[in-house]
Design a protein around this ligand. Sequence first.
Ligand SMILES: Cc1ncc(COP(=O)(O)O)c(C=O)c1O
Length: 388
Amino acid sequence: MTDKLTELSNRLTDGMRPFLAMDILKRARELESMGRNIAHLELGEPGAAPAPRVLEAVAKALPEPQGYTNAKGLISLREALSRYYADQHHVEIDPDLIIATMGSSSGFILAFHAAFKPGARIAVTRPGYPAYLNTLNGLGFNAVEIPVTAANGWRLTGADIEQAFWKMPFDGLLFASPANPTGASLDRDGLFDVISTCKRLGIQVISDEIYHGLDYSGPSISALELTRDAIIINSFSKYYCMTGWRIGWMVLPEHLIRRAEILQQNLFISAPTLSQIAATVALGERDYSEEQKAHYAENRTLLTQGLREIGFDLPSAGDGAFYAYAGVSRFANDSLKFCETLLEEIGVAATPGVDFDRTDGNGFVRFSYAGTRNSIEEALERMRRFLK
Ligand SMILES: Cc1ncc(COP(=O)(O)O)c(C=O)c1O
């Protein structure tokens, strides 16, 4: 077995960690270029293209000059987003409080700098999306980790927040529901518990709603249904199958919108114009997204059952997104080495738990079921034989 990935992940700078899912993809592509067949379960990326009408609208707009837009984004997109909140969440959102961003990733940068001063402490869940810690560290903020447990379905609670806060007080909380890598979702009561605890403790909430719509056990509840004080971050990447279009949005409380707009003007000018046009159309194509979701739901059942049969520890299938965060203690105690072995020996690409949890992640691996049924069947079959 080669140690390509371990070698890659050891090449770190200034305490910044690589995003291992991306490193695994890089190595998987290398192996593919050598003629190997790889079953891709490492990336949270829908396999389908955006809805046909989205592509038509972009083709039509392409010959026109595509200049910068208003820093906040096209008014047609922000009005469509305002309608989305009215239809899906029954809340009235002023389009002036919305900013179109380059995926949710640039939304984090705007949110952190709009709401906090460098050096501020911002809490995130552990396990959680790796870029949260890396972005916070890279931008000069301090991250605090709040552990969540499989015993509680990986769901964050007000009590978890309170316990962490009294150990090491923090200024903000960034969390996702449904979450990456666990798929854990908060229902209305759970979300209320989190938001009201933060309000009581004076913590600014940033709600990452990127997996909204990809819910298998009840509709996604937006923090906007419960408060106007939270910063909402969302994206067209997942539900609308538009990862590479780099387009998302955020909704800000009134006292932060101007600051975020100024940051956007200076840091990014505006989100990509063609992608904003595409996104405006995508919002009207939810039936197409629901078709994709039906595939993920089938994949979810297939993968969950298959992993359990093989001997992975997976007490819950996750409520949303498209990930299974499976315990691997029966097979390994080093998740990076385990993923490396799967990739090099049997061509199965998955993401080690240490990407999401630097403390306990060695006991876990994240499998994504956003891809094809075929790749999941193939991966399960290869692991069944190899791990027997
Ligand atoms: C929880 C979470 N937030 C944000 C992102 C970033 O997505 P994007 O910048 O494509 O919107 C991801 C990507 O996987 C994610 O899992």
